[in-house]
Design a protein around this ligand. Sequence first.
Ligand code: PRP
Ligand code: URA
Length: 207
Amino acid sequence: MALHIISHPLIQHKLTLMRRKETGSGDFRRLLEEITLLMGYEVTRDLPLEPVPIETPIGPAEGQRIAGRKIVIVPVLRAGLGMLDGMLKLIPSARVGVIGLFRDPKTLEPVEYYCKLPDTADRDFIVVDPMLATGGSSAAAITMLKKRGVQHIKLMCLVSAPEGVECVSRAHPDVEIYTAALDDHLNEHGYIVPGLGDAGDRIFGTK
Ligand code: PRP
Ligand code: URA
């Protein structure tokens, strides 16, 4: 298992603003997009490059361009949508797959309701979901991708609980997890402590 905690000061500052209960939906969405851009820099650090001959105004040069497998971003509905635009700003040519899952509030088990993916052959998939709590939703989303033939998957979360990291790592040891924070624990309702509350509700202004 590889867990990457991205502790850049800008990310930690912005995440602290997101955690504050006074932060409204507009600021919450903007901060989530800004953090996604910053995290995306690390999540894509290992993308392969290939040399490309170019002409600058001064003369010929060898540049670099991203090579290898094409990228698919997969937001897990609903809250993962808050990270989609940031990733597409970084990788405008990425394809987008969508997975619909919600966590049953009583059992905390994930309930699947939607899956639409582009061609899965020979692509790198990045699953985005701000919250990794019990890990049930992320583990289920990754299982859904693997059942459809996806082999190369990274998971990108904003806030994680140790329980969620353990769950995903056990179910999918091949998947690297990127998070901005590893929080303390889950409360009796399965919410991350201290966390930031219900990410979907805070993004969309629902309750
Ligand atoms: C939240 C969050 C994750 C899940 C995390 O979604 O966006 O998908 O909970 O919890 P878990 O790790 O214990 O499975 P939620 O079920 O609230 O759905 P929503 O995004 O539609 O509000
Ligand atoms: N889902 C959320 O949105 N927040 C949590 O703390 C746990 C699950």
